[in-house]
Design a protein around this ligand. Structure first.
Ligand SMILES: Cc1ncc(COP(=O)(O)O)c(C=O)c1O
Length: 382
């Protein structure tokens, strides 16, 4: 007998798992999935060991270890100038993924409409569908991924409840402009909506650009949930730790679900990160480090048919294939992982309608020698 219910009939295994699997099979350089290959700071590893030796090996409090939530509140005040109450407005989660899933679950009911900007990271739409919500797609203009004001306004109906924003943006590497964020804030307020701002790449911004966080709009405070990822910020994606912040009443509802999703996240890592975060200058070196990696990759890429599309943030770089081919971007990615020995992510998977611009997402959070070797392999494409 086959399993009778499929609540996500259009969803298969994510492209990230598929391409990583193919990369392993073909012994290819994996520039597909978004994870660093360079080591985590040894100080942080030592702090985890210390936390375990100090006996922090049992359940942490449901919303997270107090000292870590206090450190987050301190960071929000010192770096963003905003006050969030660590006791009632900050919750530690199993990565930003769980924060997003729970945030959406705590708000969306059957028939609610949610605006997503396409292309979009892949975890939002399934969470909306599982809660009975309906996605209204607003596609960003290709190739600069700018926001179309008319399209945004046209997507809003009396059933719209939520807008989900991702800034800096995966997969495009876009850092949203202040005018675009002003417009989104205005639309949220005028239509009495909620907003989730996924800012996991907040510390990866290049070329002197500024990342404006939605938390810097005081008028949105009552209707805003933000999600962050320690995995992304501290190069430890496998630790699956992140956090959500929101006003108290939304967080109360969030925690009702969080306590049954995971109850709490692992304690030793929370203590270690809390200790590590006491140095507020940690974040200053992240953007320059990634910008040097992006520039290294760009300096080695010189294939006439592979056009690099400018990226301003995240650790992703888009690349357009300008050659003649009847293959889709996914087929090309499959061919290249086998023949060129480099795994990339085809960006059609980030679109609702699988728009195929023959554009590929490259993750450059990799060791320099891997970036150079991958560029050379891509340059040999014919
Ligand atoms: C935009 C975006 N949001 C959320 C996540 C999930 O983060 P985490 O690994 O902390 O769950 C990712 C991971 O790739 C991401 O790119």
């Amino acid at each position: 007998m086959s399993f009778p219910v499929d609540k996500l009939p259009h969803v298969g295994t994510t492209i990230f798992s598929v391409m990583s699997q193919l990369a392993t099979e073909h012994k290819a350089i994996n520039l597909g999935q978004g994870f660093p290959t360079f080591p985590v700071d040894s100080l942080l590893i030592d702090l985890v060991t210390k936390a375990m030796k100090d006996g922090h090996n049992q359940y942490a409090p449901m919303p997270g270890v107090p000292i870590l939530r206090q450190r987050i509140a301190e960071k929000l005040m010192r770096r963003n100038g905003v006050h969030y109450d660590w006791q009632s407005e900050i919750t530690i989660t199993a990565g930003a993924s769980q924060a997003l899933f729970t945030a959406i679950g705590s708000l969306i009911q059957k028939g609610d409409e949610v605006v997503l900007f396409g292309p979009a990271y892949d975890c939002y739409a399934p969470a909306i569908a599982l809660n009975g919500g309906v996605v209204k797609w607003v596609d960003l203009h290709y190739p600069d991924f700018s926001l179309d004001q008319t399209a945004l306004q046209a997507a809003i109906t009396s059933r719209t409840k939520l807008i989900i924003l991702n800034n800096p943006h995966n997969p495009s590497g876009k850092v949203w402009k202040k005018e675009e964020l002003d417009l989104i804030a205005k639309v949220v307020l005028e239509n009495n909506l909620f907003i989730i701002s996924d800012e996991v790449y907040e510390h990866i911004v290049f070329d002197g650009q500024v990342h404006y966080s939605m938390m810097e709009y005081p008028e949105l405070r009552d209707r805003l949930m933000l999600t962050f990822s320690f995995g992304k910020t501290f190069h430890a994606t496998g630790w699956k730790l992140g956090y959500a912040i929101s006003p108290k009443d939304w967080m109360t509802s969030f925690r009702k679900q969080h306590q049954f999703n995971v109850f709490t996240c692992n304690s030793a890592f929370q203590y270690a990160i809390a200790d590590y975060m006491s140095d507020l200058t940690l974040y200053d070196s992240i953007s320059p480090m990634y910008q040097a990696k992006r520039d290294l990759l760009l300096s080695y890429m010189h294939h006439p048919l592979l056009e690099m599309i400018p990226t301003s943030g995240t650790y992703f770089q888009l690349m357009r294939f300008k050659g003649d081919s009847s293959l889709s971007d996914t087929q090309l990615a499959e061919e290249w992982v086998a023949n060129q020995g480099v795994a990339l992510i085809p960006t059609s998977v980030f679109y609702n309608d699988f728009s195929d611009n023959r554009v590929f997402r490259i993750c450059f959070a990799k060791e320099d020698h891997e970036l150079i070797a991958a560029a050379e392999k891509l340059n040999s494409l014919h």
